[in-house]
Design a protein around this ligand. Structure first.
Ligand code: ADP
Ligand code: MG
Length: 323
């Protein structure tokens, strides 16, 4: 089991940012309204993720670290209509296989919290603990027992910037949740969680971008697209500022990027990499979320439909300014 988990970990956990992604998504799934992410040394030696979500009941703590243990999926059908971010039950077992994990968690119903330690896939302790409602994970010494993986990590500064980008995307996709990111003791991001996407954009990208936005509000059968477009004058040098989320999930798609860029191109007569933040709600039947374990790439049943919807949404947003 430990060996299998170590191998599985290679698919899910590549670097500190993947640990943060999985644990932060669990916090979101747990209904948290506040999530704190703290790292030291790029997250290689230390990651702390604290949420005020539903917590994990004492008797479910050890089993949550078993491979394919998930409380979020009951049938294959659920996979298609998936609402939560996690669904494979691989994250905790994978993380615990390649690091030293300490967990403190408490549900509303439990009087005492639970503190649990597991390292290299081996359970070390399970105790009572005084704790607020919610869950805190401490992850220490990532890849301490898989030197080959550890060797592939970049400098702490680079790893920290991956975590920062991830927290930015989480904050953009969930304006209703307050995210704090602390790097080496310094608070880098702290969103209010007031639900206003424009406030999040202002906070993470600054005044110049926030002052030059056009709203998108588009709907057609099975698809809804809302968010903001940067005015063409604030285009950027690469695709890093094209943020789009499908059903709350940050994804990458050449097809969606092209739809966005094509709409800008037809509007400005120039190829640009625009700034956008788009939240897309697409009916579950149209997408296949089970393409890759890290869930970044989605497959669509009808590519053309999605392309034309995104194009149209952006095109209308850009033209709305002229009215
Ligand atoms: P998945 O998210 O795919 O279900 P994970 O391995 O990420 O699998 O988590 C296993 C289970 O542990 C989850 O299904 C959930 O029940 C529980 N869990 C993990 N993190 C949290 C959290 N922050 N708050 C509440 N429950 C959690
Ligand atoms: Mg998960």
């Amino acid at each position: 089991q430990v060996t299998i988990d170590k191998i599985a970990a290679g698919e899910v956990i590549e670097r500190p940012a993947s640990v943060v992604k999985e644990l932060a998504e669990n916090a979101i799934d747990a209904g948290a309204t506040s999530v704190t992410i703290e790292i030291k040394e790029g997250g290689i030696s230390y990651i702390r993720i604290a949420d005020n979500g539903c917590g994990i009941a004492r008797e479910e703590v050890p089993s949550a670290f078993l491979r394919h243990s998930t409380s979020k999926i009951r049938s294959v059908d659920d996979l298609v209509h998936i609402g939560s971010l996690g669904f494979r039950g691989e994250a905790l077992s994978s993380i615990a296989a390649v690091s030293q994990v300490e967990l403190v968690t408490k549900t509303k119903a439990d009087t005492f919290g639970t503190s649990y330690r597991i390292a290299g896939g081996k359970e070390e302790s399970l105790d009572d603990a005084g704790a607020p409602d919610g869950t805190t994970f401490l992850i220490r010494q990532l890849f301490y027992n898989t030197p080959a993986r550890r060797k592939f990590l970049k400098t702490p500064m680079t790893e920290a910037s991956h975590v920062g980008e991830l927290v930015t995307r989480l904050a953009l996709s969930h304006p209703e949740i307050s995210f704090q990111f602390i790097n080496n003791g310094q608070s880098k991001i702290h969103t209010s969680g007031n639900g206003n996407l424009k406030d999040v954009i202002y906070h993470v990208y600054g005044r110049e971008i926030a002052a030059n936005l056009l709203a998108v509000d588009y709907e057609r059968t099975g698809m809804k697209i809302t968010g903001y477009l940067g005015k063409p004058l604030i285009s950027r040098g690469n695709r890093n500022f094209e943020n789009y989320f499908i059903n709350g999930r940050y994804v990458k798609s050449n097809m969606i990027a092209k739809a966005i860029e094509d709409a800008y191109k037809d509007f400005t007569m120039q190829h640009k990499y625009p700034f956008v933040v788009l939240q897309m709600e697409i009916d579950g039947e149209h997408i296949d979320v089970n393409v890759h374990p890290t869930k970044m790439e989605l497959r669509f049943n009808n590519q053309q439909d999605v392309y034309s919807s995104v194009y149209e949404a952006v095109d209308r947003g850009l033209h709305a300014e002229e009215l």
